[in-house]
Design a protein around this ligand. Structure first.
Ligand code: SF4
Ligand code: SF4
Length: 353
């Protein structure tokens, strides 16, 4: 698996205090649509289009929904049809330049995992068209008890995919110029103070961790298909699908034709779907090939740590912690993985595997 090479200490850097950071957001808004984290209620955050820069939250743990909603909307019309006229019209996707500001490293990695998914085989043009003309500006964060991206090789300061990276310091931000587009933005903004030798602080510790190095996870998943851990998790899981729907790398969808009451016109619509939901694996004849919650949980984890990884070389979990934080049954993905590791080590010791 690839080790990310992101040494920000070798990149050009400027300093912006907090007021200048909001001025920078105004400057960005003058160029194109800007999307950034906003508060939602007392303790939650969402990505939203910036209307007033004062509403943008610079430091936040995570948003409820991932950034994928802008590239793979929860619901979209693929085409409209007319049965009598025997024709259909595909929906047009209009792209315009968009800047995504205040993005955490694991979120960016999630977008890049989706890029891989939708570029493979028959490229998925709706997603890829929406991805065009997107600029991403990263920001550092303090990990909470749910983040574990470091255990998956994604540091807080991983800057793959960003044009600029804002790293919090005492009274503002060090702004690292990652690519030519970012460099150009800072040049046109013109209010940054050049920092000759960027002074970076140590990254804060992640308290949530996976016991083994991430390179070993696909190998462990070779041996835990029949682990008792799957049944233990299933005893608590209620099959709500929240873990799928909030995951930045899950991409499964359902397609349905909705016909109007006149039985002539209709629309073909696509919706987010998830393998933890009972109807997901239903097939004709009233069969369901993953009826048990234990097999659905196992499938979800194998999609993240083995099946796609075998093809892409990348883990398809980015350690955002959403599935654990928002699970109504308090099921933690790191506990599942660590329990699988214990089961694997135990069986190795007993020479069962
Ligand atoms: S969010 Fe929790 S309860 Fe809901 S399907 Fe996922 S693991 Fe099960
Ligand atoms: S599996 Fe959970 S922790 Fe991993 S990327 Fe998906 S939501 Fe985040």
């Amino acid at each position: 698996m690839n080790q990310k090479l992101n040494n920000i200490n070798e990149m050009k850097c400027q300093f912006l205090d907090e007021n200048a950071t909001y001025d920078f957001l105004k400057f960005l808004k003058g160029r194109s649509k800007v999307f950034a984290p906003h508060r939602k209620g007392e303790a939650s955050y969402i990505y939203d289009e910036v209307s007033d820069v004062k509403d943008v939250v610079l430091q936040y743990p995570r948003t409820i929904q991932p950034l994928k909603k802008y590239f793979l909307p929860p619901r979209e019309t693929l085409l409209s049809f007319n049965i009598d006229e025997n024709n259909f019209t595909e929906s047009e996707i209009n792209v315009e330049p968009r800047i995504f500001f205040g993005i955490h490293a694991y979120e960016m990695e999630g977008v890049m995992r989706l890029d891989y998914t939708f570029e493979q085989g028959q490229p998925e043009s709706n997603y890829l068209t929406r991805r065009e003309q997107s600029t991403f500006i990263g920001i550092s964060y303090e990990p909470d008890e749910y983040h574990f991206s470091k255990s998956l090789g994604i540091d807080i300061d991983s800057v793959d995919g960003f044009s600029l990276y804002f790293k919090k310091t005492d009274n503002g931000y060090y702004v690292y110029e990652i690519d030519a587009a970012g460099q150009q933005l800072m040049k046109e903004f013109g209010k940054g103070k050049r920092v000759d030798i960027p002074v970076t602080k140590e990254e804060p510790e992640f308290t949530n961790k996976i016991k083994y190095h991430y390179n070993r996870l696909p190998q462990i998943f070779e041996h835990v298909y029949d682990s008792k851990v799957w049944e233990e998790v299933a005893e608590r899981c209620v099959g709500c699908g929240t873990c799928n729907l909030l995951c930045p790398t899950c991409y499964c969808f359902d397609v349905r034709d909705e016909v109007e009451i006149n039985a002539t016109e209709g629309k073909r619509e696509r919706f987010w779907d998830g393998c933890m939901l009972n109807p997901f694996a239903e097939v004709a004849g009233n069969e369901n090939f993953r009826e048990k919650l234990s097999s659905r949980t196992r499938h979800r984890l194998y999609r993240k740590f083995k099946y796609i990884t075998n093809k892409s070389g990348e883990l398809h979990c980015v350690g955002c912690g959403r599935c654990s934080k928002y699970c109504p049954a308090d099921i933690s993905i790191t506990k599942i993985i660590n329990n699988l590791i214990d089961d694997y080590a135990d069986r190795q010791q007993k020479q069962v595997i």
